[in-house]
Design a protein around this ligand. Sequence first.
Ligand code: ADP
Ligand code: MG
Length: 280
Amino acid sequence: MVAEPDHLNQMLSRLKLTAIRDQLDNLIDEAGRQDLSIREALTFLCEREIARKDQRRIEMCFGLARFPFVRDVNDFDFEAQPSIDKAQIRELATGRFIANGQAVLLLGPPGVGKSHLAVAIGRQAIIAGYTVLFVPAMTLVAQLAKSHAEGRLEERLTHFAKAKLLIVDELGYLPFEPDAAHLFFQLVSRRYERGAMMITSNRAVGEWGTVLGDSVVATAILDRLLHHSHVITIRGESYRLREKRRSGLLRNPAPPKPANTQVTGGSVFNGDEGSVSNVG
Ligand code: ADP
Ligand code: MG
């Protein structure tokens, strides 16, 4: 049988074997050079097709995830952040917590790498085959409130419940509007034990009542989140400031204040309040 190149091309298109179709001549040459049996050649072609489909899926999911920047676990300087257990981050990067529908809280002061790790773990999750959506906390609650006002909350909750992993970044940088806590609660309930969530916050969980503006709702949210959870509390100083200090742009930090000093005004992190043991 003489193979008609056009006919073969059309069949490959119809079967959506586009990687094989687009590189057909090269692949056939390669299989010939390696003197592959028919079975080996078919395996070789299938591998190429699957590799291309995986690559496409990953690229598409990276786009849909709406990460604010590209960060990788391998770019993270673990030595600069001894409060982080590298093995725990590597374990999270396998995505097993997503399969188990667990929550991850990344807590700590600004600049210590919470968003970096959230993006990095999210990217690994996509590579492992999960879908991810990254959203700043303020955007999330603004969108929920808007949809609620338009009578389309259900639709919006479904949207935010769809990805296997929802990353909510920077909870607590700004206080919630009235009612926002309750909308956020509805989302957490919707995802509870069905999808995984990862939340970064500069506030210890003990302060979430203040941040959300409603301590009863905050307790209900934490009850669900902490049930199957990994709580990672990062201590230490901002990585950016540390780099500046190293290059001599800043002086060394002031000595620690006495323990009972009241610190006011914004994002002060008291790690001890977040001393929740890991359940997951
Ligand atoms: P946070 O979300 O905790 O406020 P980020 O994750 O935004 O902090 O970190 C601030 C910047 O510093 C980012 O560009 C991040 O990539 C970088 N960074 C923070 N910690 C580290 C680290 N340990 N190793 C490498 N880069 C880091
Ligand atoms: Mg951040």
